[in-house]
Design a protein around this ligand. Structure first.
Ligand code: HDE
Length: 712
């Protein structure tokens, strides 16, 4: 873009959506037919106490609409949160693609993003141990491009044919419909231990990535290898990455369990609040590009979605950024009705033969038909492209477009041959040509059979505290399984990934790692397949470690929209509070007063302050750090409250930063804090800057081992 040139406004989509919005401010109530209504409280009756009359068309209209308010929830990814924003490109990528969004730096492309959990139903809790969906809809000038990815770079299975099996195994067991939104049960591990292609995604699921602190602090991945095509028709392979500005951060499992009860909308609220407060979440879009001729240069198959390309082998080039800056106006109309599809692509982006991706190309339209009820779902405002749509598709349920003219066929002369076909030069989509000379076969490539090498690479690449979390997660999950043969099989499998990991988990389960297990190991193959060819075999070591696989790799100095609890009672030091609040807010954090009672709390300057949460209604796990200002009266009151001590103990246990003024030391000594005074994220009577740095680091994991002794 030339200097001084203005970016085009991002509002084309917002303007389009605005045509469908409705505000009731100052308006009279009407029926759906526009008839003014003067009573919406009483039905039409035969006498005041009499039977209700069927004639009451106003009642019937209201109740009928209500009866049909729900639509089927998504089979997977039912629980989600959405936000609007935009995408901007840093520099043209014309060498690898002709896609307008990746070549035209003057564009500000509108996007809608939906984050989700996978297994739970619509009303389940946000902090379930699960993969997170990360689906981005780009409203480009050439049509919709959907990048429908997850927060982990690989998937559980290699072939679309296995998707219903995978999902049936992880969903609640069908006899009792238990457990909700949890993988910790027999059927899931029964499947995992027999379909060993799942192991790589499975070990990521045991890592901290599965319990993020916030949607704003997750990476995103397109997972499949896609194709990019340039103007000359040259093809490159590509993997897409989203790198969050705030780094990748998680909560601990103990917190996740408690957040379930304290605020089951924790992630949804966090995203909403951050955007409302102007702390717009940001990600950079990265690409790993492999020239077409290098397809077979790797120790794994690029078409296998259970494999990632380590960043050490192919670096991630950051090509643009996405900012989420507007909350939806209406959850149902936007977040619920948005219909993603990996098959929504624009010229310059194309598919590979990844058999999982190929199956997805069918599934997503099919599922919208049952969920949204009509092939006209692309006409719903959130799904409409920003460019014009013209074709000969007509009618069906809920058609919105009023097509004029006589012709709905092609070729025609009556309609002047319109809509006419696009020539390639005009930007029409053409599939990248590929030579296919093959036998028709129901089977799987032997190159997909290495199931242990990358789970092992992932585990080796983690920091010690992350490894510990993986061991604890496996122990928890398998501990919840009731069938010995499933646990035993899993222990043998984990042992193939890493002996140390298997040792820890087996000790926690009070079981032995078996010498061998029933064969074949991998049973996710056809009955007539060459069994030996498809067994996972011994793990290979083509890279000792990949730094980028540890989530400590992406660092951030920011404390934007972090929530800091200021723990007080009446008589707290107004000056100390004011200084800390100012310092925190200057960095974009939220300083929330948590007091021994609700309403207002009075400081030592006799000034009243609004209480954000009374101790009895909130929990330490909902905050990122704790500050206790001085003020003798306030400290004395807090000393009498067991919940205040619990609040501090939990923050300590979860390795959070804690700052206490010297007058508060007495309170700190009455907690497990007395054993952690030398801790590098505990600040007694220090200024705000060190505290803020510690919050930006997220947690002091070095404390974790010693903090296990805290019974909170
Ligand atoms: Fe999906 N997936 N999926 N999936 N998926 C759906 O589509 C499916 C897969 C992903 O926020 C459904 O509209 C099949 C991989 C996300 O609305 C459904 C297969 C990845 C979302 C469906 C996969 C994903 C979905 C349910 C194997 C990561 C939520 C509702 C062949 C790259 C999008 C819907 C949103 C949603 C099918 C595998 C990500 C049923 C058959 C791999 C983020 O069509």
């Amino acid at each position: 873009m030339k200097e001084g040139e203005e970016k085009k406004p991002s509002s084309k989509k917002s303007e389009d959506m605005a045509k469908n919005t409705s505000t009731a401010e100052g308006k009279t109530m009407t029926t759906n037919q526009g008839l003014k209504v003067n009573d919406t409280n009483n039905s039409l009756k035969a006498g005041e106490r009499g039977a209700t009359l069927l004639e009451d068309f106003i009642l019937r209209e209201k109740i009928t609409h209500f009866d049909h308010e729900r639509i089927p929830e998504r089979i997977v990814h039912a629980r989600g949160s959405g936000a609007h924003g935009y995408f901007e490109l840093y520099e043209s990528q014309e060498e690898i693609t002709k896609a307008g969004i990746f070549t035209d730096t003057s564009r500000k492309t509108p996007v809608f993003v939906r984050f989700s959990t996978v297994a739970g139903s619509k009303g389940s809790a946000d902090l379930a141990r699960d993969v997170r969906g990360f689906a981005v809809k780009f409203y480009t000038e050439e049509g919709i491009f959907d990048l429908v990815g997850n927060n982990m770079p690989i998937f559980f299975i290699q072939d679309a044919m296995k998707f219903p099996d995978l999902i049936h195994s992880v969903k609640p067991e069908p006899d009792r419909e238990i457990p909700q939104a949890a993988s910790a049960h027999d059927t899931f591990y029964d499947f995992v231990s027999r379909a060993t292609e799942t192991l790589h995604n499975q070990i990521w699921l045991m890592s901290d990535r599965a319990i993020p602190r916030s949607f704003r602090m997750m990476e995103g991945f397109g997972i499949h290898t896609f194709k990019l095509v340039n103007k000359e028709g040259k093809v490159s392979f590509v993997k897409f990455h989203w790198k969050p500005k705030l780094g990748v951060q998680s909560v601990t499992w103990d917190e996740a369990v408690k957040i379930h009860g304290a605020d089951s909308d924790f992630h949804r609220r966090d995203l909403w609040d951050a955007i409302e407060s102007g702390n717009y979440p940001e990600w950079e879009l990265g690409v790993q590009v492999v020239p077409e001729e290098d397809e077979h240069k790797f120790d794994f198959d690029l078409l296998d979605p259970t494999k990632l390309i380590p960043e050490e082998m192919v670096p991630v080039k950051r090509i643009g950024k996405m900012v989420l800056n507007r909350n939806p106006d209406n959850f149902f109309a936007e977040t619920e009705q948005v219909a993603f599809h990996p098959g929504h692509v624009v010229p310059g982006i194309d598919f590979t033969n990844d058999p999982l991706l190929q199956g997805r190309l069918f599934s997503y339209t099919d599922t919208q038909l049952s969920r949204l009820g009509s092939p006209n779902f692309p006409e719903i405002p959130i799904n409409r492209p920003v460019n014009e749509v013209h074709n000969n598709q007509r009618d069906a349920h809920m058609r919105m477009t009023i097509n004029k003219g006589k012709t709905a066929y092609f070729p025609n002369s009556i309609g002047g041959g319109c809509p006419h076909l696009a020539k390639m030069a005009e930007g029409g989509f053409t599939t990248a040509e590929e030579r296919i000379d093959a036998r028709k076969i129901r089977g799987r490539s032997e190159s997909f059979s290495d199931h242990f090498s990358q789970p092992a690479l992932f585990y080796r690449s983690l920091k010690d505290f992350e490894k510990e979390h993986v061991a604890e997660a496996y122990s928890f999950e398998l501990g919840k399984c009731t069938m010995e043969h499933i646990k035993s099989r899993m222990l043998w499998i984990i042992n193939q990934i890493d002996e140390n990991l298997a040792k820890k988990v087996s000790e926690n389960l009070g079981m032995k790692v078996p010498e061998d297990i029933e064969r074949p190991i991998n049973q996710a193959i056809g009955a007539d397949a060459d069994v030996e060819k498809h067994q996972p075999g011994k793990k290979k070591n083509y890279l000792d470690q990949s730094e980028a696989l540890s989530q400590t790799y992406l660092k951030s100095e920011s404390i934007e929209a972090r929530k800091i609890a200021i723990l007080v009672s009446d008589g707290f030091s107004g000056e100390a509070y004011g200084n800390m609040k100012k310092a925190l807010e200057a960095k974009g954090a939220v300083a929330a007063i948590v007091a021994t009672h609700g309403g207002e709390v009075t400081c030592d300057k006799d000034k009243k302050h609004k209480v954000d949460a009374a101790l009895m209604t909130t929990e330490s796990v909902l905050f990122d750090a704790v500050y206790v200002p001085g003020g003798k009266k306030s400290i004395d009151m807090l000393m009498k409250q067991a919940k205040a001590k619990k609040f501090i103990n939990e923050a300590l246990k979860h390795c959070k930063a804690i700052a206490i003024d010297s007058e508060g030391e007495e309170l700190f000594n009455a907690t497990y804090g007395k054993d952690f005074k030398d801790d590098e994220a505990v600040f007694i009577n220090k200024d705000a800057s060190a505290f803020i740095k510690a919050i930006a680091k997220h947690r002091n994991w070095k404390r974790e081992e010693a903090a296990k002794a805290i019974p909170a």
